[in-house]
Design a protein around this ligand. Structure first.
Ligand code: FAD
Ligand code: NAG
Length: 374
């Protein structure tokens, strides 16, 4: 890596922003390229504005050792943000039908304060449950905060819809971080067929409720209440794999509010449906991936042949983008996408792993020792 090169982060959701910030804190020059930017807080073109966003593990340590690590790191990071008001402490209660599996081997009992499995008397017959203190952030405000911190360290932002990964390498990029979430069907020259949306419909409600309740006893009609900083709660939800529909369904909204009201009457001023103060109906697409999140470095050869869905192919002078641009070159992409419903709670741990991969690939940034803050 030469002094005047920079790392290009493709994507400006919570994952791209966290990676950009971690890289800048280490002393790298970073440029963010994205179709949706953090201030686009109503864009359904990306997932990040629509999250709860709280910290609730879904995998045991055996199922997802890396995920558990990312989550533990992020929880510690968020704990430091509580005094500033960016993160908020809430009491979390989760119930699962007739299976110990939902308790995930209690792996985070030493991460979240006041962790306590629920006795049978506090659960419906046959169900199990757990309670602990967790944290949430205001999704849009948290992303803006990350962007501001990154900008203070010299990170630049550019709005651009990239059709192929080689566009991100134009100019002085030493390496590209692919943090494009669901991306687009046509993105990046190499399409990952395992990427899929998981549609989440929610209702944003004005309420000072500080309890988070999640009922996963029926996966077809999940219900959860996630309070966030600023006196609002997010009532969910749906979990519809492969569904790209961006409009809220009125009947689903009613089902969600009815179920949430049963979970916690305090979201309504008078305990009835009519007493719930609805702010907005929302739909967001979680960036899913069969087989789980992809966080790894990959070497590809540019220029790519466009329209080939399988593998990075050498253009041999035929590809439009490559014509007349000289020798084929090998470049490195660090992938960081497919975080599904856990992009916030895994964001900081994932960003530190992106940083490790970048350092391994391109070496330490020049002068990093003086700027290192991690
Ligand atoms: C209803 C709902 C509730 C959720 N609740 C939680 C929760 O409680 N806790 C939690 O941890 N997570 C939660 N999530 C999940 C979380 O929102 C996502 O995992 C996270 O936002 C993913 O971030 P990302 O940066 O990977 O992707 P995204 O936020 O989707 O960002 C992708 C970025 O890439 C850009 N991009 C894509 N294609 C291109 C292109 N071709 N050219 C240029 N730029 C491109 C986009 O414009 C955007 O900037 C929830 C999600 C939903 C929908
Ligand atoms: C970049 O990420 C997207 C998912 O958003 C994926 O479809 C694509 O294959 C990745 N790009 C490359 C070059 O692998």
């Amino acid at each position: 890596m030469t002094v005047d090169q920079r790392i290009v982060v493709l994507g400006s959701g919570v994952v791209g922003l966290s990676a950009a910030l971690a890289l800048a804190q280490k002393g790298y020059r970073v440029h963010v390229l994205a179709r949706d930017l953090p201030e686009d807080t109503y864009s359904q073109g990306f997932s990040s504005p629509w999250a709860g966003a709280n910290w609730t593990p879904f995998m045991s340590r055996e199922e997802g050792p890396r995920q558990a690590k990312w989550e533990e790191i992020t929880f510690k990071k968020w704990q430091q943000l509580v005094p500033s008001g960016l993160a908020m402490v809430l009491k979390d209660t989760r119930r699962f039908a007739q299976t110990e599996q939902g308790l995930l081997g209690h792996w985070y009992k030493n991460v979240t304060p006041n962790y306590r499995p629920l006795p049978a008397s506090e659960c419906p017959p046959g169900a199990v449950g757990v309670t602990y203190d967790t944290l949430s952030v205001h999704a849009a405000q948290y992303c803006m905060y990350l962007a501001r911190e990154a900008q203070k360290l010299g990170v630049t932002f550019e709005r651009k819809s990239v059709l192929s990964i080689d566009e991100a390498f134009e100019g002085d990029a030493a390496l590209v971080v692919n943090a494009t979430g669901l991306g687009a069907k046509s993105i990046a020259g190499v399409e990952d067929p395992d990427v899929e949306p998981v549609r989440g419909q929610t209702v944003l409600v004005k309420s000072s409720c500080k309890r988070c309740t999640m009922d996963s006893s029926d996966y077809t009609t999940p219900a959860y209440i996630i309070p966030r900083p600023g006196g609002e709660v997010i009532c969910g939800g749906t979990y519809m794999t492969g569904n790209w529909d961006l409009s809220p369904s009125p009947s689903t909204a009613t089902r969600i509010l009815e179920q949430c009201l049963r979970l916690d009457r305090s979201i309504s001023s008078d305990g009835t449906l009519a007493g719930i103060e609805v702010v907005r109906h929302n739909v967001g697409l979680r960036p899913g991936r069969k087989g789980g999140a992809r966080l790894e470095a990959e070497k590809i050869t540019l220029p790519l042949v466009r329209g080939r869905g399988d593998k990075a192919q050498l253009a041999l002078g035929l590809g439009k983008s490559g014509a007349g641009k000289g020798e084929p070159r090998e470049v490195t992409v660090v992938h960081a996408y497919g975080f599904l419903g856990a992009g916030y709670q895994q964001s900081w741990g994932a960003a530190l792993e992106v940083l490790e991969l970048v350092e391994r690939e391109v070496g330490a940034p020049k002068g990093w020792a003086s700027k290192a803050k991690l």
